[in-house]
Design a protein around this ligand. Structure first.
Ligand SMILES: O=P(O)(O)OC[C@H]1O[C@H](O[C@H]2O[C@H](CO)[C@@H](O)[C@H](O)[C@H]2O)[C@H](O)[C@@H](O)[C@@H]1O
Length: 254
């Protein structure tokens, strides 16, 4: 992503609900639909959110997808089985209740996981997240280990031919060749997303590729959380504001 395209402006406008009319809506999960929790397992999806997303998806003739760093399997366990999903940062896809399209788990991911486990051993607050085709090293509970975790992830990525995916108090190792931008590009060529105007809502640095793709395809990104240089055109302050905006979207698309 060219840095020159990043907006340095701290104050982006709140998106108008009318932006969602005719939209193909791409939603990040952690930090966007659910507040950040202490651990990956600490996040719960409430029925109210699922009902809201279902209503909006129906109003958009199905053009709503969750695009997450979580695996499709985890997204389904969290309650999103009835939604179009792109998991593991654009490496996995699944239509509602249909088989998952995903590459196999690489032996290199198992090697990386073993190295992460060795690193985490005895370090209270450092956590290894085993995922379907990737692995995460979390240090939210022990920020003092963040730099060392990053050094380890970088070295392993080079050694094992994997991609490093930085996140919020997290480094993941995964196969390369995809990101949230490529997920948007791919889904926009298929039903039901094709024909809509892409709108991508996300909070993390990994969502910038999604904002870039939405923008390239004539749509827009919405950044959630504290201002930062971004390719998004709009911003929402926090998860609660996203929910409010999506509820406004249901009304605006009725
Ligand atoms: O693309 P996302 O849907 O935002 O997923 C990105 C990663 O989110 C999760 O980690 C983050 O959220 C955790 C729970 O709130 C938090 O404890 C952690 O510090 C965050 O980095 C998830 O665990 C990862 O697998 C996702 O890739």
């Amino acid at each position: 992503m060219p840095d020159s395209h990043l907006s340095p402006l701290p104050d982006l406008p709140v998106p108008p609900p009318a932006l969602l009319k005719g939209a193909a809506l791409f939603l990040d999960f952690d930090g966007t639909l659910a507040p950040i929790a202490d651990t990956p397992d600490g996040v719960v999806v409430d029925d109210e959110l699922l009902v809201l997303l279902g209503q909006l998806r129906d109003r958009l003739d199905g053009r709503l997808a969750i695009v997450s760093g979580r695996s499709v399997a985890t997204l389904r366990d969290l309650g999103f089985a009835a939604f179009l999903l792109a998991g593991t940062h654009g490496l996995e896809f699944a239509e509602p209740d249909a088989p998952v399209e995903a590459p196999a788990r690489l032996p290199a991911i198992n090697e990386a996981e073993a190295a992460f486990q060795t690193f985490a051993a005895g370090k209270s607050g450092v956590l290894v997240e085993r995922k379907t085709i990737s692995v995460g090293l979390h240090f939210r509970g022990a920020p003092q280990w963040g730099a060392a975790a990053g050094d380890l992830a970088t070295a392993l990525a080079e050694q094992l031919g994997l991609a490093v995916q930085p996140g919020k108090m997290l480094y993941e190792l995964r196969p390369g060749g995809a990101d949230k931008g490529s997920a948007v590009q791919s889904l926009m060529q298929r039903r039901p997303m094709a024909g809509g105007t892409p709108v991508f809502i996300g909070d993390d640095i990994t969502d910038e590729e999604g904002f870039a793709a939405a923008r390239e395809l004539g749509g827009a990104g919405i950044l959630v959380g504290v201002p930062r240089p971004t390719l998004a055109a709009f911003s929402l302050e926090q998860v609660a504001a996203v929910r409010h905006y999506l509820a406004q979207g249901v009304a605006a698309t009725g």
